[in-house]
Ligand binder design. Sequence first.
Ligand SMILES: CC(C)(COP(=O)(O)OP(=O)(O)OC[C@H]1O[C@@H](n2cnc3c(N)ncnc32)[C@H](O)[C@@H]1OP(=O)(O)O)[C@@H](O)C(=O)NCCC(=O)NCCS
Length: 335
Amino acid sequence: MFNSKITGIGHYVPDTIVTNHDLEKIMDTSDEWIQERTGIKERRFYKPDEKGSTAKMAYKASLMAMERAKVTADDIDAIVFATLSPDYYFPGSGVLLQDMLKMGTKPAIDVRAQCSGFIYSLSIADQFIKTGMYKRMLVIGSETQNIALDMTTRGRGMAVLFGDGAGAVVLERTEEKGKGILSTHLFSQGEYADALCIREPGTNSSGKIAYEGIDEKHELIHPQMDGQLVFKNAITRMPEATMTALAANNLTPDDIDMFLPHQANLRISQMVQRFLKLPDEKVYNNIQKYGNTTAATLPILLSDLWEQGRIKEGQLFALAAFGSGFTWASALIRW
Ligand SMILES: CC(C)(COP(=O)(O)OP(=O)(O)OC[C@H]1O[C@@H](n2cnc3c(N)ncnc32)[C@H](O)[C@@H]1OP(=O)(O)O)[C@@H](O)C(=O)NCCC(=O)NCCS
């Protein structure tokens, strides 16, 4: 069995910054409400006139990750692509990226695990590399979420939370023991599928969107969430998954050099931090400037830290995510 390690990290966020004050102008909300409940100050939105945004942002993040890993698309054996906001209903965005990168007939795997999508994808790529099937893979999280949000007062409970962006890592085979991805732990609980979802277009109800009467279909075509249920589960499941990962590797929270929680809400991250008894300098949050970018969140956090020179050889990173599904997951990485 081989190990896999991250050799390059990249990200891309759209230029358009949408502040809480910008939102105050189009819905009944306030900077104070948003910051107090979520910690978010601003987020990025992809402009609606730019088509193909999820795959395009992934392309830009991938180029950065490959450049930093000093490889080209010719060196990549396969793509694993996580998103809840694909460019098409089908096919997934993985093949669009595969085409943009001119990867011939190499495979692209699409993953739908929402906020846990990046760790799920990392885990899938890790297994392919461990078994020796592939040597080097691109793992992507990319989201264009603003187009699905209801940007009126009716949709304010969700609209203020999300942002757009993409992150990518190059994962490759290493024979160094005790380095790279130490473990991934994945969980789901489908009984809560309706607690955070967009129902249409889906085959469960009408099977197709009828444009007639679309205004009355607010509950179906925009994201819906039982916020308090999600909150309660997130603050329990993320520490639980992290503790499971630590126990599996004979480690404790004291061994963590940096903890990266999925960025759904700064209050959730702070509660998870308290549960794990981690000091502030060992936890990194950037939700203040990007909002919740779902599958893109963790690779954007990693890329931010990489750019700040805060990823050092030998450090132990713990990643945890929770989101729609419910799905949740953890990963331990030794650099
Ligand atoms: C979304 C969240 C911040 C809402 O906080 P909350 O304390 O549960 O707030 P509620 O939804 O109960 O709403 C409280 C009040 O604020 C109002 N409100 C909701 N959104 C608002 C907004 N953007 N601006 C102003 N007021 C708002 C509500 O209408 C409600 O008013 P009412 O008391 O008059 O009915 C919180 O539930 C949360 O973070 N949940 C988890 C989110 C998450 O993790 N999502 C993604 C998973 S990956």
